[in-house]
Design a protein around this ligand. Structure first.
Ligand code: PLP
Length: 391
């Protein structure tokens, strides 16, 4: 592994596990390795720790502990929500979602289409916003689930989830939100929100990778995605990932504590970085409306350059950022999110997402702002489009 100093601006891809989280987790890898389903105390004591962690994740959402089902990741939670909505309503074969969801919804919907379901992908406008009238009109008697993400992982654009939930419930339709990017950054209260199903993933909130949860509102019919043992009150089979569940609980506590930090210091850092890039580097634009937006995310188009080239040069100086979602990096297709917002393919190929976090410092932003203009200038000089435009 490289020992270069890392300037990490990719917190929407994943976050560094907080030291407090690692401390909470390690004893369950090293010492308390019993199976929570065991009858003896060495195992069953870990069941108590799972119970505590469940209460902490529930508190993050103002949910009841029994409404939280631990899963292996956000992807599984999203897949499980779609699966359950269809399995518990066999007469309903339509899914309503948006054109800008994460691939964990998009690709599952593409699979469902092949299986004979109908899927409507709602468009967004240039700022990334949904037309709620259109959403309302698109709900059909056979709509099994409306699934709309809370905050977009590529642009940070936030959808009015409470209004969407109200529209769905006025039509007695189930509502799921992929809230993977929201914790610690947006106020989350499922009682006020009234979602039926809600996805979280610990590694986006300074927890470990490979652990997520699905909130299932009390009395919502639920069909498990994984069948087997009776873990998770019969809603998700498989021996519990005790260490990661405990760590998720600790990360949820910290996310609540650090809500103000994300919304003051991180927001100010993001704004300073974004304003300086837009003012200091010609031919740059922000993708997505300025507000409502996650406080940490900035997606910027650098015209006449390829994002991959920018990322490679940033990597050489230790800066981590990304072009779109980590799950689609490496694909040559322009981002489906930016395409849905009407960004031209040429512009979409030059877009970089910077996503900050609580561990970023003013000095790190200064470092980025010192090097980025030089990198963009250099790439434009050698790019045919940039040279032609004199960019
Ligand atoms: N949903 C959104 C909005 C995401 O940003 C991600 C991760 O990038 C996921 C779902 C998938 O989460 P996981 O990596 O835990 O499967």
């Amino acid at each position: 592994m490289s020992r270069q100093t890392i300037y990490y601006f990719d917190n929407n891809a994943t976050t560094r596990a907080a030291p407090e989280v690692v401390d909470a987790m390690l004893p369950f890898l090293r010492d308390h390795y019993g199976n929570p389903s065991s009858i003896y105390k060495f195992g069953s004591q870990t069941a108590y720790e799972i119970k505590m962690a469940r209460a902490k994740v529930a508190a993050l959402l103002n949910a009841e502990p029994e409404e939280i089902v631990f899963t292996s990741c956000g992807t599984e939670s999203n897949n499980a929500a779609l699966h359950s909505a269809l399995a518990t309503q066999p007469g309903k074969r339509h899914i309503l979602t948006t054109a800008v969801e994460h691939s964990a919804i998009n690709n599952h919907c593409a699979f469902l289409k092949k299986q004979g379901c109908e899927v409507t992908f709602l468009p967004v406008d240039a700022g990334g916003a949904l037309d709620l009238n259109m959403l309302d009109k698109s709900i059909r008697p056979d709509t099994a689930l409306v699934s709309v993400m809370w905050a977009n992982n590529e642009t940070g654009v936030v959808f009015p989830i409470a209004e969407i939930a109200a529209i769905c419930h006025s039509k007695k339709t189930l509502f799921h939100t992929d809230a993977t990017q929201a914790p610690g950054k947006l106020e989350m209260d499922v009682k006020a929100l009234d979602a039926d199903l809600l996805t979280l993933s610990a590694h986006k909130l300074h927890g470990p990778k490979g652990i997520g949860s699905l909130y299932v509102k009390r009395r919502t019919k639920f069909q498990p995605y994984l069948l087997g043992g009776h873990q998770e009150h019969g809603r998700r089979a498989g021996t519990e990932n005790v260490a990661s569940i405990v760590a998720f609980g600790r990360a949820a506590e910290l996310a609540l504590d650090r809500f103000d930090l994300e919304n003051t210091r991180v927001r100010a850092l993001r704004d300073r970085m974004e304003d300086a890039i837009l003012a200091g580097i010609p031919n740059t634009v922000r993708n997505g409306a300025r507000e409502p937006r996650l406080p940490n995310t900035s997606n910027i188009a650098f015209d006449y350059v390829e994002a991959e080239a920018i990322l490679l040069l940033l990597d050489q100086i230790g800066v981590c950022a990304s072009s779109g979602s980590a799950c689609t990096t490496g694909s040559l297709e322009p981002s489906h999110v930016l395409t849905a917002m009407g960004v031209s393919p040429a512009r979409a190929r030059g877009c970089i997402r910077f996503s900050l976090g609580i561990y970023n410092t003013e000095g790190e932003v200064d470092y980025l702002l010192k090097h980025l203009p030089r990198i963009i200038k250099k790439l434009r000089e050698i790019s045919p489009a940039g040279a032609k435009k004199g960019a």
